[in-house]
Design a protein around this ligand. Structure first.
Ligand code: PEP
Length: 251
């Protein structure tokens, strides 16, 4: 049996200046000192990445970005490349977060290209998938369609660098959390899809996170589920004490 190492990731969305980022990191690092069985990742906005990268150097705290451009370089005003993220100290990048899909028009073709751009630059993408409330009764169809289109052309070697985050859109930022059983059911289905489309070893090794209103009070029951390997946390990751409490729930 593969022991998958838990990953607790905090997506700050459009919150925190570089100064506020520094304040968070200075408060957070002592709280997670000595945590060695869980990967802990912060995902600040682009403008905080360089400063965050310098502050976490030499620690086990990991840094990620919220998005990237599908192109490596060129005339793409306002866009940020994978190489720029690596240079700031990022090891991870979110791809296909529901807010990018819903508010910024990232469709599955774009998500697939961004995934490849991340892998080409040596970044580890966290591919976000999930259904809206009105799609909830056909969640399997929705999520497997996203997996099929987003992972198109990614071979087994590439897949090893990918983490999947299942985030029911109706649970993001709403205070509504999927019950541990509901989250487990879909995440178990995602793992079976990986086994069918790659192989059993790939499925056993794949880290799959749950996201959607994870808080200190509900983290342990979600993380106790067989196929849930960690959490992608939005709101509760902005506060160093709350985020550290979620990390503790994964120990
Ligand atoms: C997210 O942004 O991925 C998320 C899950 O947000 P929240 O925890 O605030 O629901």
């Amino acid at each position: 049996m593969t022991m998958r190492r838990p990953l607790i990731a905090g997506n700050w969305k459009m919150h925190k200046t570089p100064q506020e980022t520094e304040g968070f990191i200075r408060g957070f690092l002592p709280r997670v000192k000595g945590v060695d069985s869980v990967d802990v990742l912060i995902i600040p906005p682009y403008t905080s990445l360089d400063r965050a990268g310098r502050l976490i150097e030499g620690t086990s705290l990991l840094l990620g970005a919220q998005d990237l451009c599908s192109e490596p370089e060129g005339a793409f005003t306002g866009a940020i490349s994978a190489k720029m993220l690596v240079a700031c100290g990022c090891s991870h990048v979110l791809v296909g977060h529901s807010e990018r899909r819903e508010l910024f028009g990232d469709d599955d073709q774009i998500v697939s290209r961004k995934l490849k751009a991340a892998l080409d630059a040596g970044l580890m993408p966290i591919l976000c998938v999930g259904e809206t409330l009105s799609e909830h009764d056909r969640v399997e169809e929705k999520v497997t369609g996203q997996l099929r289109d987003d992972l198109a052309g990614i071979d087994k070697e590439g897949l090893e660098k990918v983490t999947i985050a299942y985030e029911p859109i109706w649970a993001i930022g709403t205070g509504k959390t999927a019950t541990p059983e509901v989250a487990q059911e879909t995440i178990g289905m995602i793992r079976s899809w990986i086994a069918q489309h790659y192989d059993d070893a790939a499925a056993r090794g794949m880290r799959i996170l749950y996201g959607g209103s994870v808080k200190p009070a509900n983290a342990a029951s979600l993380l106790a589920q067989r196929d849930i390997d960690g959490a992608l946390v939005g709101g509760a990751s902005l506060d160093d004490e709350k985020f550290a409490a979620i990390v503790d729930a994964a120990l």
